[in-house]
Design a protein around this ligand. Structure first.
Ligand code: HEC
Length: 135
């Protein structure tokens, strides 16, 4: 009798469970509608994201380029960044509703421009001292 059998079975059960949990929590690819993305674009302009991230998220010296952000961040990561902010980015969790965050996420997740290198955020954070002086 091989005692390894139950261990292998356990591993299968564990990974199956893990998979099920992942599927449960993963954002649905079609959860965002065109309207959400449109609304997100408006919010991006009106809530001051553009002030740091530039027109249409093209980047400025106050915030990184977001035009390819959908290629390197998953939707929950984008939502987390918006809600909690970052080293120098302010948190928007208290000023935006869940729906507004979701609309911004829909807008940004669709940004998959090719040839845009992922910004070096360690460097982006280096602008924090100058940011304090911005209007
Ligand atoms: C005061 C300037 C500022 C404002 C306003 C701002 N951001 Fe940012 N954002 C940054 C900086 C700087 C970073 C780089 C990481 C850090 O320091 O937080 C960043 C990072 C991000 C990232 C992650 C980028 C990546 O590649 O990992 C996302 C997504 C983002 N911002 C979205 C938004 C949205 C949406 C808004 C508006 C609700 C917003 N930001 C407003 C400065 C800003």
């Amino acid at each position: 009798m091989k005692s390894a059998v139950p261990a292998v079975t356990m591993r299968c059960v564990t990974s199956a469970l893990f998979l099920a949990v992942c599927v449960m929590f993963s954002p649905h690819a079609h959860a965002s509608s065109k309207d959400d993305r449109k609304q997100g674009e408006v919010l991006f302009r009106e809530r001051g994201c553009e002030h740091c991230h530039g027109v249409d998220g093209a980047g400025s010296d106050r915030g990184p380029n977001l035009s390819g952000v959908g290629r390197w961040l998953h939707q929950p990561e984008i939502a987390m960044q918006i809600r909690n902010g970052g080293k120098t980015m302010p948190a928007f969790g208290d000023t935006l509703t869940d729906q507004e965050v979701q609309q911004l996420v829909a807008f940004l997740a669709a940004k998959k421009k090719k040839g845009v290198p992922r910004p070096d955020l360690a460097k982006a954070n280096g602008v924090s001292t100058r940011m304090m002086a911005c209007r």
